[in-house]
Write a new protein. Structure first.
Length: 353
């Protein structure tokens, strides 16, 4: 449905259309960061210190997987990447639904999936972006560890760490699962658990090691983000107070984006607390660690998009809405409605996400 809506959005007028819309010949679901992933797939990594923005600020697994798939199918890269995103999303929802049922009982699988898909920025899960692939790896890592499939968990954590910077947090979540085995049984975790941790850690180290060998700087990803994007590491409270001050400072117009970002932050902090309250410690480590990483980045830009991969948070949200049918229906209408508006703005290069 999202690809069809995106195509329809291209035909709708906008008040301040970007010149990029006509100049950048790409599917509607390939905008903004898609061009960076496209450059990684087509040209490989390049770094010019004289340029404020470089493609080393984007992790390699998704664009390289799209490139290999496109080459094997003799298909264009960007549409192939979108199909890859949709396939990853479908697999992720199946595994997440199984976990939701275990955590929340009968009906929780469908409710949790609906809460996730109705979130306004969920259309990024169908775009030429890393969201769906990272979501699949995150779900598979936690699903595998919970089921004792440690090899799957380790490979998935390693894959997530090669897809997005915050993938290393899943290694900590797997460690929490291993410690839980010790707590519950009094026995040492199986050797497979240590293999899983090693695989996840290897995935987390791979891209920094590549940057070290290629460009002489294992932290080049972070440095490139600080050069060309509004990423300036700071204490979490510094970002919060600065954001509130910006919100309250006159003039009060043109601050809708900041209001939405702060709302997402507060909502997912509450949902993270709910995840911990349900006794889901490893899942709480994953979502809490990701939020902490976002809070120390010095910017709330993109938080509306980054939170959609925090799938454990959508279970307490879904269960709360299921007990309040009127609010549940309102959430679905508001989420899908605002999502369509944001999708329209995204395909016309207005909303970055």
């Amino acid at each position: 449905m999202v690809p069809l809506l995106a195509s329809a959005a291209m035909s709708l007028p906008v008040s301040n259309s970007s010149p990029w819309t006509g100049a950048y010949h790409a599917p509607p679901l390939a905008r903004w960061d898609s061009s960076w992933y496209n450059s990684v797939a087509v040209d490989g990594y390049r770094f010019d210190p004289a340029q404020p923005e470089n493609n080393v600020g984007f992790y390699p697994l998704y664009p390289q997987a799209a490139r290999l798939l496109a080459a094997s199918l003799h298909a264009p890269l960007l549409p192939t990447g979108i199909v890859l995103s949709l396939a990853c999303l479908g697999a992720a929802l199946l595994l997440a639904g199984d976990l939701f049922v275990e955590w929340g009982g009968e009906g929780a699988g469908l409710a949790g999936a609906a809460a996730l898909l109705a979130f306004p920025t969920a259309f990024f899960l169908a775009a030429f972006y890393t969201e769906s692939m990272f979501l699949l790896f995150a779900v598979a890592a936690l699903w595998g560890a919970r089921r004792g499939h440690w090899l799957l968990a380790g490979v998935s954590a390693g894959g997530a760490s090669l897809t997005r910077f915050n993938g290393f947090i899943l290694v900590a979540a797997l460690a929490a699962y291993a410690l839980d085995v010790l707590r519950r049984t009094g026995k040492k975790p199986p050797a497979r658990a240590w293999v899983a941790l090693a695989l996840g850690s290897a995935g987390a180290a791979a891209y920094p090691l590549y940057l070290w060998k290629r460009f002489g700087d294992p932290m080049l990803y972070v440095r490139s983000k600080m050069m060309g994007w509004p990423v300036k590491p700071a204490a979490p409270w510094t970002l919060v107070w600065r954001s509130i001050a910006q919100l309250l400072a006159p003039p009060m117009v043109h601050k809708l984006g900041l209001v939405i970002a702060l709302f997402c932050l507060v909502l997912f902090l509450i949902l993270t607390a709910a995840v911990f309250r349900r006794g889901l410690l490893p899942e709480g480590v994953f979502v809490g660690g990701t939020l902490l990483l976002l809070l120390t980045s010095g910017t709330l830009d993109g938080i509306q998009r980054y939170v959609i991969v925090l799938f454990p948070c959508f279970l307490p949200l879904a269960l709360w809405l299921r007990r309040r049918p009127a609010l549940g229906i309102a959430y679905l209408f508001a989420g899908f409605g605002s999502g369509v508006v944001l999708l329209h703005r995204y395909v016309h290069w207005i909303f970055v996400g």
